[in-house]
Write a protein of this length. Structure first.
Length: 93
């Protein structure tokens, strides 16, 4: 399985945060790391994940799904959160 970072910006119209949250929580391993930022693990492609999440968006909303791999740096997370990120990145190398 690959790890993906999912970020979104819901504009004014529907702001269907509940729909996105529900779909993202359905991934076996997921972490709502910041306001509109999640890390998920999936056997699907980024395109497929994006397509699945599109039903929660309005036409003016923004969404990014990107595979996590290689180098990364971060600060301020709990040790178990940091260890999970490290384990995800080491699998991708």
């Amino acid at each position: 399985m690959a790890a993906y970072i999912v970020t979104y910006d819901l504009q004014k119209a529907g702001q269907n945060y509940h729909c996105l949250k529900e779909k993202l929580e359905n991934f076996p391993r997921h972490w709502h790391m910041q306001g509109s930022v999640w890390i998920i693990e999936s056997g699907k492609t980024a395109h497929s994940i994006r397509n699945d999440l599109m039903s929660c968006l309005d036409r003016n909303d923004n969404l990014l799904v990107a595979k996590l791999q290689g180098e990364a740096a971060w600060s301020g997370f709990k040790p178990n959160e940091s260890e999970w990120i490290k384990s995800i990145l080491s699998v991708q190398l």
